[in-house]
Design a protein around this ligand. Structure first.
Ligand SMILES: [Fe+2]
Ligand SMILES: [Fe+2]
Length: 277
């Protein structure tokens, strides 16, 4: 039995099967919460998280260019879209436990751990909800190839907690807020009420994850007396490969504490492209 939060996180990271990983994630989150509610936080401890988390044999991981794209207008297209979402959620479970285990040398308030444990717990629920939708449609997570590059942001920022916060919650998860309403529309048109309900849960809870990113990024900027906006731009340019893509969900980004002057200067808005629309 793991004794510290960092050991619990590492246990999740080294569990390959998605349903087993998320069950362990829920159990460890409950243990952390129960201790906090009793007024005695578990020790954070230290651990050696793997550079890459354990993954099931299926899905086959492919270069994104080799993952076939299907039109969302067909049932197969919607299954492919859901499969991609399940893959994102499974990576998100690991990303949240990884930030807990990876940076234990940086002293952080207990609230930092409360937030990421909660986020990891929610991602575990998201993965299972999406897997349930896939299974209701006769498919399952692992049935299709998936994106191989999803852990790159974690590897690139393996020794930079502020880079991790900038790129993972504040860029990648914020991007989720931009694209989820379009996905919800696709499943609404298909009258898929189960998937609709799952996506509504995901959409509501992801705002919180982006907000945790912004909160702890600003906290660390304050600790080091750094200008947050300039530092965010520097770190995203250093670690994120490519420009940010408008349109942005300004409303939900604002709710999550990401102001427009953080993302617009990083957007791909060369005049030629902007004119093409
Ligand atoms: Fe999620
Ligand atoms: Fe998330």
């Amino acid at each position: 039995m793991p004794q510290t939060l960092a050991e619990m996180a590492t246990e999740v990271l080294t569990t390959a099967d998605g349903r087993a990983k998320t069950a362990l994630s829920h159990a460890h989150a409950a243990t952390w919460r129960a201790a906090r509610a009793a007024g005695e936080a578990l020790p954070i401890g230290t651990a050696t998280p793997p550079l890459r988390p354990a993954r099931p044999d299926q899905p086959e991981l492919r270069d994104p260019r080799d993952v076939p794209k299907r039109k969302p207008g067909s049932p197969q297209g919607r299954i492919a879209l859901l499969h991609a979402v399940a893959h994102i959620e499974l990576n998100a479970v690991d990303l949240h436990w990884d930030i807990i285990a990876r940076f234990t040398d940086v002293k952080m308030p207990l609230g930092f751990y409360d937030d990421w444990v909660k986020a990891a717990d929610e991602e575990s629920k998201h993965f299972n909800l999406v897997c349930d939708c896939l299974e209701a449609q006769g498919s399952h997570y692992g049935a299709l190839p998936a994106h191989a590059g999803m852990w790159r942001a974690a590897e690139d920022t393996v020794d930079d907690i502020m880079g991790r916060l900038a790129v993972v919650p504040m860029v990648l998860e914020a991007r989720g807020l931009d694209v989820t309403p379009g996905m919800i529309e696709i499943f609404r048109k298909a009258n898929d009420t189960q998937t609709l309900a799952a996506l509504e849960v995901i959409y509501a809870e992801e705002v919180g994850h982006v907000a945790y990113g912004s909160k702890w990024f600003h906290f660390l900027c304050g600790r080091h007396d750094i200008d947050p906006q300039g530092e965010f731009h520097r770190l995203v340019r250093k670690y994120f490969h490519g420009a940010l893509k408008p349109p942005f969900n300004e409303e939900k980004r604002a709710e999550a504490g990401i102001p427009p002057d953080f993302y617009w200067p990083l957007a791909d808005e060369t005049p030629a492209r902007a004119r093409k629309g």
